[in-house]
Design a protein around this ligand. Sequence first.
Ligand SMILES: Cc1cc2nc3c(=O)[nH]c(=O)nc-3n(C[C@H](O)[C@H](O)[C@H](O)COP(=O)(O)OP(=O)(O)OC[C@H]3O[C@@H](n4cnc5c(N)ncnc54)[C@H](O)[C@@H]3O)c2cc1C
Length: 411
Amino acid sequence: MDAPRRVKVRCCIAGGGPAGMMLGLLLARGGVDVVVLEKHADFLRDFRGDTVHPSTLDILRQIGLLDAFLRIPHRREQTIAGRFAEGTLALGDFRGLQPFDYMALAPQWDFLDLLADAARAYPNFSLRMRCEATGLIRDDDGRVSGVRARNPDGELEIAADLVIACDGRGSTLRDAAGLAVETFGSPMDVLWFRLPREASDPDQTQGVPARGRLLVMLDRNDYWQCAYVIGKGSDAALRARPLQTFRDLVAPLLPFEPARMEALHDWNDVKTLEVRIDRLQRWNIPGLLFIGDAAHAMSPIGGVGINLAIQDAVATANLLGPMLAGADAIDDVRLARVQQRRLWPTRVIQAIQRIVQARVIASLLDATPGGLLPTPGVLRLASRFLAFRHIPARLFGYGIRRERVQFGPRA
Ligand SMILES: Cc1cc2nc3c(=O)[nH]c(=O)nc-3n(C[C@H](O)[C@H](O)[C@H](O)COP(=O)(O)OP(=O)(O)OC[C@H]3O[C@@H](n4cnc5c(N)ncnc54)[C@H](O)[C@@H]3O)c2cc1C
């Protein structure tokens, strides 16, 4: 067998999702010699989460990419509604918030392509597609000193002063490092599918809570991106039944004719997201740091996964960029600062997600399937006040402990 080819870089990022691509771009802008490894051939994966919250829009503005992002076909959503038995109620409201009074819904692959194109402008950046990190290289004293990888040409060894794992919730490097993970249960999984949208449909992203069921419909202008919440682990049993069973479960929750469910031809049109909330107890060991989903998998509640990953990337570039841009040996003690900064927002959002899962979703799913829920009195009253409707928009949309880009040139 051929010996693996060897490459040497200052920083190797494993995983080209939102965390890895944003971090790669930020480090490249600041002059760091950086390579991003992405195991897929492109970014074209459906249902990866397309919610780009104001916190991320603001980062794009700070690095001069906002106009280019807004040229991607997208939808701007100013309010998020709940549809109850008596009608629709605005529950989240971005109107009046600054600097962005909306959340954008844009295909994640376009967003990642934008970051990749911007990063490629820097000669010190390289993106290796179809290159999968398979393990860690350690030096004699156990410090991580690189990544083993595989691409269509064979095995590769990438020696790096620092490895940053951004390889998502199924992280290979997390397993390779053998770090302890705290897992918090979830009562639900989610089935994603698309339905065609017609001009006469309501013009609104909405959650539809019903007895025993919950549907979320994201308005994507020319189609509906739908998330149907099911009990944890019940996917296989449901899929063993004819697709018509699923169509019949969802149809009563739609704000239009049930026949639209015929757009689903077979179970391949329905994708499962196994919901998980977990967190590494320690995000770093000498030579290696984890951020994004690889450090903390998020529940889809609030659609915050992408935005938290981006905030982690900005904090990492701010805290470690200056050290990486120099030539000195990496000070491994500094790696812990990323976790110190980002643990609190992660904890708070995960705690809220766990409360919503336990108090709202679990009790919904426990009930025998029935009609739409009546509007809870407290929500009917509270939703009259913009300040109340701003709470979820601020919490999930703007996030906690918002990062500002401090490393690299000003846009
Ligand atoms: C079905 C679904 C729907 C979602 N909906 C939303 C939503 O609406 N809003 C939201 O904010 N979040 C959503 N999320 C979560 C969101 O996608 C993640 O939280 C976010 O993408 C995390 O970014 P990341 O860069 O940390 O990880 P990821 O996006 O998972 O990126 C990891 C990248 O690493 C690559 N990779 C993995 N292993 C390796 C390896 N060994 N070597 C090289 N490359 C590797 C992967 O191909 C991937 O490109 C959803 C997730 C799923 C699965």
